[in-house]
Unconditional design. Sequence first.
Length: 202
Amino acid sequence: MIIGKTPLKSNAAEGTIKKMVISLLEPSGIKCQVADFSLLVDPPKTKKGGLILRTESPKGDLSPDDNEINGPGEYELGGIRVRGVGIKGENGSARVAYSALFDGIRLGFVNGLDKPLSQEELEDMGEIDILFVDVEQSTLNIKEMTSFIKKVDPKIIMPTTDKGAKKLLEEFGQTGQAEEKLTIKAKDITEEGGLNVVWLKA
């Protein structure tokens, strides 16, 4: 476990649960915000946040200066628990999938898959409430992507591109319009209603 030298603060650390606001960042980044603390995944280089996760070019380290994680391992920072799972691609490429427990919500981030995750990799990620996937950067076909999502079994699936959202809405037999953001609390996530595809626009 790696602990940052500069402590991060979130509502999780304070023991209070507030609303999480989720939005997308161009071209395919993700922002999860609670109060004044933000968790960013693959944001533009100039974008700053309380904690940043990178899914490409894993280095297996944490820089306490810019609060950026870029590699597999287990981390606990200011009440946010993060697990990075190393994913080896078909062509030898390496990426990192992340699961993060942030204010009672279990978030999963998977980007650029070129083969389905193994059972061991799925188990390493653990249970996921909201799964973020980039369908466009993956070489899996839509049936393989759908099978992967069903194995993860999240309550909410959040594609990070418009095309990806349209494909998954169709595949799961759902309809929807692009929204600017999703506002949610842990208590809003239930087993009822099955999997829900949420379409956000960047």
